[in-house]
Design a protein around this ligand. Structure first.
Ligand code: SF4
Length: 315
């Protein structure tokens, strides 16, 4: 697989673009995730023409539609930033980014809970950075996170699984359009989708069953929408445990009663969050390989992202 194109706030890469001439290097993003990702850096404040160093800025007014104002000279940068951001998202669309990692708390780049000051100078943490808002409105279904939230193992696993899945889907889009390609992708992502949303899993099944009766473009469009919506819903131990139980059903004949008992215990321990997902997954993977289970061995759910990232060791 080619590297995944991902937008990122430039300062997270260690570039000295912040208002004070500093950076906010995040080593996980550069050294670990960076092995699989081609970053497309975006610094809204510098790219819209401001110097380094510069005055800091903040959001003020209505948290739903705040103004972006410089701290000392009180210049209103809102229109300037909006005009630039509206052009930049179109460029990012052409670059086919699979998502974005924002710098938290920034009035330009923060994706949530950014301070917005009211007329009395009191902050409420209800704002969204000016560029982040325009990006998320333009790409409502693309995966987005900030570097702070990515310290949470569940959010990290979920985000990375989504960008890898989206990249695989984009590779399907690059091939010649065919119903077979959609069906193949659907087939090997069935359990992964089930782990996010049984409802979307069912919707996809119905869509693919009618594939022959739907014009090809529409099939791609509808499938993509369901896929992106499904991935927005997070996996949970309960949903994963249900998928693991479903997988266990494929070994009814092969496993001894003692092995079944052991696997059930491991799945239950995971459901109760006593052990991480990697434990039942390793056991299931072992049986898939041992019995060469044809349906399960093609499931992306077993290996949705590189083992080296160790994402399932912590969820
Ligand atoms: S938070 Fe955004 S605007 Fe601020 S330095 Fe980083 S990339 Fe630039």
């Amino acid at each position: 697989m080619e590297k995944i194109k991902l937008g990122i706030s430039t300062c997270l890469l260690g570039e000295n673009v912040r208002y004070d001439g500093g950076h906010k290097l995040d080593r996980f993003l550069t050294d670990t995730l960076g092995q699989y990702v081609e970053y497309v850096p975006v610094c809204p404040e510098v790219e819209c023409g401001l110097p380094i160093p510069r005055e800091s800025m903040y959001l003020e007014g209505d948290p739903e539609s705040p103004r972006l104002v410089t701290s000392r000279t009180k210049q209103d940068m809102t229109d300037w930033m909006v005009k630039w951001a509206q052009k930049r998202v179109v460029e990012l669309e052409k670059e086919e980014v699979c998502g974005f990692i924002f710098k938290s708390d920034s009035p330009s780049s923060g994706m949530e809970r950014v301070r917005v000051y009211n007329e009395k100078g009191m902050p409420v943490k209800k704002g969204v950075g000016m560029f982040a808002k325009i990006f998320m409105d333009y790409f409502p279904l693309l995966p987005v996170e900030d570097e702070g939230r990515l310290h949470d193992p569940n959010l990290r696993e979920n985000f990375i699984e989504r960008i890898f899945t989206l990249k695989r889907w984009r590779e399907v889009l690059m091939r010649k359009e065919s119903r077979g390609n959609v069906v193949d992708f659907y087939t090997c992502h069935k359990l992964l989708i089930l782990s996010h949303s049984p409802k979307h899993h069912q919707m996809m099944g119905k869509l693919v069953a009618r594939a022959k009766d739907i014009p090809l473009k529409e099939l791609y469009q509808q499938y993509q929408t369901i896929l992106m919506e499904a991935l927005q819903l997070k996996t949970t131990p309960k949903k994963n445990a249900n998928v693991l139980m479903h997988m266990m059903g494929y070994f009814k004949e092969e496993l001894s009663s003692d092995e079944k008992k052991e696997l059930l215990e491991v799945i239950e321990n995971y459901r109760q969050e006593y052990i991480p997902l990697i434990v039942p997954m390793t056991l299931i993977n072992h049986y898939v390989r041992k019995y060469d289970q044809p349906y399960l061995k093609q499931q992306v759910y077993l290996h949705p992202h590189p083992n080296e990232l160790q994402l399932r060791n912590h969820v």
